[in-house]
Design a protein around this ligand. Structure first.
Ligand SMILES: [Zn+2]
Length: 223
């Protein structure tokens, strides 16, 4: 059976970037919920049209719809050859239980759950310091990736702004929700869970994960 990975991590934990680099390096298919939803809308599939309706009315896309889309994505032929990384899904215990059912139906399984651990203070620092260009949307960070001129974009000289969602209060709230939702997931997946310290350098995290994932059955057969 091909390797199946789930990446859990709060916003700002770097999990999306790692998922992308690891899937390229190891030949796994990266499935992020955001991409799956956008793709379904673009292709105007029956589920995609449903998603579009929810998003247009500002409603949350219900679990059954998301699960249906995840199932479609997992049934792609390349997954049974290469394996997958689910990035940002499941978010809740209900979704995880639904995912278990789907995986059984299509003869796949979760082989490892990687939890990117990061504290609230570090999350606030990483996201709270983000600035986005009001002209070209380039993203900066006041500490880690500052523009040459304090409040204007290097590329187009437009002013830099902080997104409304990136304020300390919003970040704190999202972090609390993430923690409350993730705790039951950790219990659900038990021994499959491997934690990584998300404050290590991206290179250290990447190398550690490559060796852990390569140690799983299946990867070497695919290589
Ligand atoms: Zn700009």
């Amino acid at each position: 059976m091909p390797p199946g990975l789930i990446f859990l991590g709060a916003a700002g934990s770097g999990k999306g970037t790692q998922a992308q680099q690891l899937s390229e390096h190891l030949g796994l298919v990266q499935l992020s919920t955001g991409d799956i939803l956008r793709d379904s809308i673009r292709r105007q599939t029956p589920l995609g049209l449903e998603v579009k309706k929810y998003i247009e009315t500002g409603e949350l896309v219900p679990d059954e719809t998301v699960l249906g889309l995840v199932k479609e994505a997992l049934q792609d032929n390349s997954i049974s050859d290469k394996g997958f990384i689910l990035d940002g899904f499941p978010r809740t215990l209900e979704q995880a239980v639904g995912l278990d059912t789907i995986l059984k139906q299509i003869d796949l399984q979760v082989s490892m759950v990687i939890e990117f651990q990061i504290g609230l203070d570090e999350t606030i620092k990483r996201i709270g310091g983000r600035r986005i260009c009001s002209g070209c949307n380039k993203i900066y960070h006041v500490e880690f990736n500052p523009p040459s001129n304090a409040s204007v974009c290097d590329i187009c000289s437009s002013s830099l702004i902080q997104r409304k969602d990136d304020t300390e209060e919003k970040v704190r709230r999202r972090f609390e929700i993430y923690q409350a939702e993730t705790e039951p997931l950790i219990t659900h997946y038990q021994s499959l869970v491997h934690s990584v310290d998300a404050t290590r350098t991206p290179k250290e995290i990447f190398e550690k994960l490559v060796s852990q994932i390569e140690a799983l059955n299946g990867i070497h057969q695919n290589a």
